[in-house]
Ligand binder design. Structure first.
Ligand code: NAD
Length: 400
């Protein structure tokens, strides 16, 4: 099949297997180019491992630290004439690369929120690895079926307390318009916390501890975002921010549970980047476009792989200093939040409009980053060639 991008709003409904494989290979090359990570963990579980920050975490652990990795994600395989999702193709490519490098890699496709998935992964750890020594939690999901109550909970991206109006980017046309978001009610806040908060991370670590598969000195990390004040009404002070506060609550609880093993739980605050999850947040794509322009000009722009490599290499392992902030979080958003960067973005935010956006924002960078998530626009890929969209992931059994 010849595969071209098909964009519907903030998602792309097609994905290119060869392009996704190239994207994974490019990320591996970044990590390898920086050399081995001393003291890196050897048996790493990544929950949410198929795209974005989780995929880059898995790549950094495997190709920087020679780790055996287990990945968990929710993706769709392709059929003879229908594309699978990018995360499916990314994982197929990751496993092939890992195998070629002599690294163990096993993947589980299904609902990470369920008890059944936790049990399946624990059985695999017992059978293949004995224990894990690092657990990365990188889920981003619009909904969660609660494993105890069966309730289907939905997350929303809304402000709290009052409605919020700000500039917004039409990511298809580059027009800068305005968006008004109504404030969330209590039930929407509670549901968002239940989906994107820390309860499921705790359930994973509790289950792993109970099964005795957590090694001495294990570190676990969940990801968060803070960003500048201009996004606070929709992010930090909005429904998603409430969920992230709950992730920090869970971090403190897990830190205490891991302490007897000499382990540690962290929240890492990462940079705003184009991912499938972030492109769905109002206001944020315009902020990201302005941010990319400033950080690229400064030479400090990073993508998920550079961020995750830096987290492993300079914060968590390699004899590194985690450099926790005043409440104990790892900050790899440090270059984004540098005052000089934020001053420029803020100045430009005030004046940006459809006419000057081409000059003030990195629209081309935003769009190309978005397309790359789905395997489009990578160099060396022949997009005119026929490609098999039905490829499998070596460790994931084909469904009958
Ligand atoms: P993403 O959409 O690229 O990745 C989400 C992952 O979760 C995928 O692997 C997906 O398959 C998996 N997933 C979703 N629902 C699942 C389910 N029910 N069961 C199993 N797997 C499931 O998202 P991302 O942007 O990389 O986000 C990961 C984390 O990083 C989130 O906590 C997010 O808040 C955080 N973060 C993102 C940014 C950003 O700008 N993108 C910045 C800072 C922090």
């Amino acid at each position: 099949m010849i595969v071209a991008p098909k964009i519907r709003g903030f998602i792309c409904t097609t994905a290119h297997p060869t392009g996704c494989a190239k994207h994974v290979a490019e990320q591996i090359a970044v990590v390898k180019g920086r050399g081995p990570i001393a003291g890196a963990p050897k048996k790493v579980l990544v929950i949410g491992s198929s795209t974005g920050y989780g995929l880059s975490s898995r790549i950094a652990a495997a190709f920087g630290g020679n780790a055996a990795t287990i990945g968990v994600f929710f993706e769709k395989p392709g059929e003879a004439d229908r594309c699978g999702t990018a995360g499916w193709y990314n994982t197929a490519a990751f496993e092939n690369e890992a195998k070629a490098a002599g690294l163990y890699a096993r993947s589980f496709n299904g609902d990470a929120f369920s008890d059944a998935m936790k049990a399946e992964v624990i059985a695999a750890i017992k059978a293949d690895l004995g224990q894990v020594d690092c657990v990365i939690y990188s889920l981003a999901s619009p909904r969660r079926t609660h494993p105890k109550t069966g309730e289907v909970l939905k997350s929303v991206l809304k402000p709290i307390g009052q409605s919020y109006t700000n500039k917004n980017l039409n990511t298809g046309t580059g027009a800068v318009t305005e968006v008004t978001l109504e404030s969330a009610n209590e039930d929407e806040i509670a549901q968002t916390v239940a989906v994107m908060g820390g309860e499921d991370w705790e359930m994973w670590i509790d289950a792993l501890l109970e099964a005795g598969v957590v090694a001495e000195g294990t570190q676990t990390v969940a990801y968060s975002y803070i960003g500048p004040e201009l996004t606070w009404p929709i992010y930090k002070n909005g429904t998603i921010g409430r969920a992230k506060e709950d992730v920090e609550r869970a971090q403190r609880a897990l830190d205490a549970k891991l302490a007897p093993l000499g382990g540690k739980a962290w929240v890492s605050v990462n940079k705003a980047l184009v991912t499938q999850a972030s492109s769905a947040i109002p206001v944020v794509p315009l902020y990201i476009s302005l941010l990319y322009k400033v950080m690229k000009a400064e030479g400090t722009h990073e993508d998920t792989i550079e961020q995750m490599d830096r987290m492993f290499r300079e914060r968590l392992y390699n004899g590194a200093n985690p450099q926790p902030d005043e409440v104990g979080r790892i900050r790899v958003d440090d270059w984004e939040m540098a005052p000089a960067v934020q001053k420029l973005v803020d100045d430009r935010w005030k004046i940006v409009n459809t006419e000057n956006f081409g000059e003030l924002g990195d629209f081309e960078g935003y769009q190309s980053s978005f397309l790359r998530l789905f395997g489009f626009g990578l160099s060396g890929v022949d997009y005119g060639a026929d490609v098999d969209v039905g490829i499998g992931i070596p460790s994931v059994p084909a469904v009958a």
